[in-house]
Ligand binder design. Structure first.
Ligand SMILES: [Fe+2]
Ligand SMILES: [Fe+2]
Length: 272
């Protein structure tokens, strides 16, 4: 049984920063050899209404992280945040590479405007990733197991999925570390921003679900496009399993994202 970690300690900081930098993969998205796929798979890919949103989200995420990074005063944390920005830019490049290769039309949006409040934007982005990743891991697994995505293509996207798992693991530890080290007078503000960020995230997603039309939201439309023969409870159980499986690869002393798994567990108890 590993020794418990004091959240906010130097040891905690080194653990979550080193976990992040040491599990970073070096590869060039331009060197990815996209596999040949059959016509049906090609049509499936083209029919997914997620590509515009995916490119725009990855670019906005990159911009948010790059805007926040200079505010990090600790060099170890700043290095990890800069690395995360690099990985997000690489995600955008991978999606652009895929859509270009398979002839999927994508509207490249103008470069995003850096957020005025860098801290708030970084927090919102972190909560947003925790929310989206929880569902996306299961959608990816279902698409993989059902053959919706051909295996060679799944292989290309697996590192992207795992990078998102690393991002949310880094974020929850970063937030807890920051909270624990903030001055007493700043804590209410940090707690309030944390609560507000989570609520705003859930509210935004609820609105997306209610107004689910057009090409507006990645998680919602991914779910609709992959025609799933699965009950809501079965889907949530799959989300929990995939989340646990992706997180179990890392040091058990690191904090794990808790909000979405707890909500899903509670829902599983009331859903048939
Ligand atoms: Fe990403
Ligand atoms: Fe990410």
């Amino acid at each position: 049984m590993p020794r418990a970690l004091v959240v906010g300690s130097q040891e905690h900081k080194e653990l979550f920063c080193h976990f992040f930098t040491e599990t970073h993969l070096t590869f060039d998205p331009a060197a990815i050899v996209w596999p040949e796929i059959d016509e049906d798979s090609h049509k499936c890919l083209q029919s997914l209404p997620v590509w515009n949103e995916a490119v725009a989200t990855e670019r906005m995420t990159t911009c948010t992280i790059q805007t926040w990074a200079p505010f990090e005063t600790d060099p170890l944390i700043r290095h990890a945040v800069v690395l995360q920005g690099y990985e997000e830019a690489r995600h955008a490049a991978i999606i652009q590479g895929l859509t270009q290769h398979y002839g999927i039309p994508v509207t490249i949006p103008p470069p995003p405007q850096p957020p005025a409040d860098a801290e708030w934007a970084f927090l919102r982005m972190g909560y947003s990733e925790c929310f989206d990743a929880f569902f996306t891991f299961a959608l990816f697994a279902i698409a993989r197991d059902s053959g919706f995505f051909p295996a060679p293509l799944v292989e290309k996207f697996e590192p992207v999925m795992q990078e998102e798992a690393r991002h949310i693991l880094f974020f929850v530890n970063w937030e807890a570390y920051r909270q624990a080290n903030s001055a007493l007078w700043q804590r209410p503000r940090h707690v309030w921003r944390g609560v507000l960020g989570r609520v705003a995230q859930v509210w935004q997603r609820l609105q997306s679900a209610l107004a689910a039309r057009g090409d507006q939201h990645f998680t919602m439309h991914g779910h609709q496009a992959i025609n799933m023969a699965i009950t809501p409870r079965g889907f949530l159980e799959r989300c929990l399993a995939e989340n646990a499986q992706r997180m179990q690869r890392y040091d058990p002393r690191l904090l794990r994202p808790r909000l979405m798994p707890s909500l899903a567990q509670a829902l599983c108890k009331v859903l048939r």
